[in-house]
Design a protein. Structure first.
Length: 278
């Protein structure tokens, strides 16, 4: 008897939560306040049930009533959302999608953030059998203009900031493919802005090519770059859509409504080899 009573008492609480989530979804789908009648019609709940649950939500400031008979999401969601945002760590959010991407392409994946005039590697997914030196230890760093992830951040800067970077650093090179002239760098960054993909074509390390795409926060700000590294003759242009899908997944998890996507896919050799003239 007691077991039946417990089951009976548990069932309504689950049902109420399910109904509450449905009501919240309806309110979240509209920018303006929604009438009780419309909410009831869209959820299929009786008006009296809808009214009772909404009033309870209003007590907790999860729902506001700007005028009699209409409802919208309350400020409590903003307060809680800000708490969640403050606790989000791009490395933690990115790790699982990075590992999934690695499983698909079997090439090293690196997550980097900007620190001054360099990028810093904060996470990676790779096989211990990889012999590429570019698979750097977490905490390693490299110049912005020589790395695919670094170029993402430079492309987010305006022309004055890019020129200031070139003046500060002198654009030192590492290989004969390195970009060491401002005009060439500006041309490269224009392609990054156009296509949403940045590349390192043996500019940091001979024999290694990389492609990268950006990760954005809920304000649409570039906060990290995700790159694929591969032997120069094995970098596959078909990986670009998978890379884009991965950064969009991570950006969405961080609250970005619409992550940056390329306008068009560049011809494989047109972009990837355009500045390897000697």
């Amino acid at each position: 008897m007691k077991k039946d009573d417990l089951s009976a008492s548990a069932k309504p609480s689950v049902q109420v939560l399910e109904r509450m989530f449905t009501l919240i979804d309806v309110l979240a789908s509209r920018e303006e306040a929604v009438s009780l009648k419309e909410i009831s019609e869209r959820t299929g709940l009786h008006p009296s049930t809808t009214h009772r649950i909404l009033n309870d939500l209003a007590l907790g400031r999860f729902v506001d009533r700007p005028e009699s008979g209409s409802y919208r999401l309350g400020m409590r969601f903003l307060e809680l959302g800000n708490l969640v945002k403050a606790r989000l760590n791009v490395r933690e959010v990115a790790l699982t999608p990075m590992r999934q991407l690695y499983k698909q392409i079997q090439q090293p994946i690196s997550l980097s953030v900007r620190q001054g005039d360099e990028i810093v590697y904060v996470e990676r997914a790779y096989s211990e059998r990889s012999g590429m030196q570019v698979v750097r230890a977490i905490g390693g760093h490299a110049p912005l203009h020589l790395t695919s992830n670094g170029k993402l951040f430079l492309a987010a800067d305006d022309s004055q900031q890019v020129r200031a970077y070139a003046t500060r650093t002198g654009l030192p090179g590492k290989t004969h493919f390195s970009i060491t002239q401002l005009g060439e760098l500006e041309h490269e960054l224009a392609k990054v802005r156009q296509y949403g993909i940045a590349r390192d074509n043996e500019e940091l390390e001979l024999g290694v090519r990389c492609m990268a795409a950006g990760i954005y926060d809920d304000q649409g700000k570039l906060i990290a770059g995700l790159s694929i590294s591969a032997p120069a003759d094995r970098l596959d242009e078909s990986w670009a859509p998978r890379l884009q899908a991965t950064v969009q997944e991570i950006s969405s998890a961080l609250g970005c409504a619409s992550a940056r996507t390329p306008n068009t896919q560049p011809a494989a050799d047109t972009y990837s080899r355009s500045h390897q003239q000697g």
